[in-house]
Write a protein that binds this ligand. Sequence first.
Ligand code: PEP
Ligand code: MN
Length: 341
Amino acid sequence: MLIVMKKGSSREDLARVKGLVEGMGLTPQILEGTSHTIVEVTGHTVPLEPARFETLPGVARAVAVSRPFRHAAREARAAETTIALGAGRIGGGGVFVVAGPCAVESEEQLLRTARLVKAAGADALRGGAFKPRSSPYAFQGLGLSGLKILARAREETGLPIVTEAVGESSLELVAEHADIVQIGARNMRNYEMLKRAGRLKNPIFLKRGMSATLEDLLLSAEYVLDAGNERVILCERGIRTFSQHSRFTLDLSIVPALKESTHLPVFVDPSHATGFRDRVPPMAAAAVAAGADGVMLEVHPAPETSLSDGRQALLPAQLTELVARLRDIAAIAARRTEAVR
Ligand code: PEP
Ligand code: MN
């Protein structure tokens, strides 16, 4: 942390800043510049908040030198985080495809979908047993029986399962049945839930809140990492803007920005972002070209009968074509990177 003193600040102002820093058990070092005096603070093991110093008399501003996330920051690890799952691996090249229905609606619907997801060459199966819906009157999911159906689909197809926990109370139950526990956009700021997710053995699939910044998302990931769970996957799923042509606005520029800031794998969900099935393939392709480690896609064997998000569910044939296309794009993107290196 660098604390920049105002021009014309007094000796007492400087002494007050120094005293506060020392009182916190930290070391202040005074750097007398030609135009400004700067107090460099060292010795902290957790990030300091600039606001703590900025209200002191004589202080112009305080600037954090290290990032506010200790574990999630790219500098925290030498290599990218990779997560082995089923027959595949998340991170470290290639594209990991998670596909499935919005919700588990019945055993028949889910098993049919699981088979087509497997046949399309996807890597994992998604499907909500607990659904966080905007309306309390909308389908809320099958709960525990939905989780049991997902486990049956894994038994039959061998596909690992990604499914959402919607609150602290369902977290352990979901963790018992799922391979990856999803924390959705609405719970990205549920800090008690994030801390508890940090004590699970499962990787956590953390979706960006619809009004969250990159820093908000990484600080949420930080809760999980700091509680001891090192396996967090981040997912961009669209944010709220003034645009009305799309369900949300897919902020693809966060992909390279996250890649710069963190070692964690980055996914994109173009289904919830766009809200229309025909817009999903072009945006999934763009996500992989932009460097995403994976995509999450909604698909339904008969979308017109779907109990939620039918409009954005890919048709089975669309999924098959898209998975093949995404593999090609990932291969080209990898070759390009190699060539540049
Ligand atoms: C979902 O993936 O099922 C979901 C509800 O997504 P989000 O949290 O991004 O809205
Ligand atoms: Mn959905």
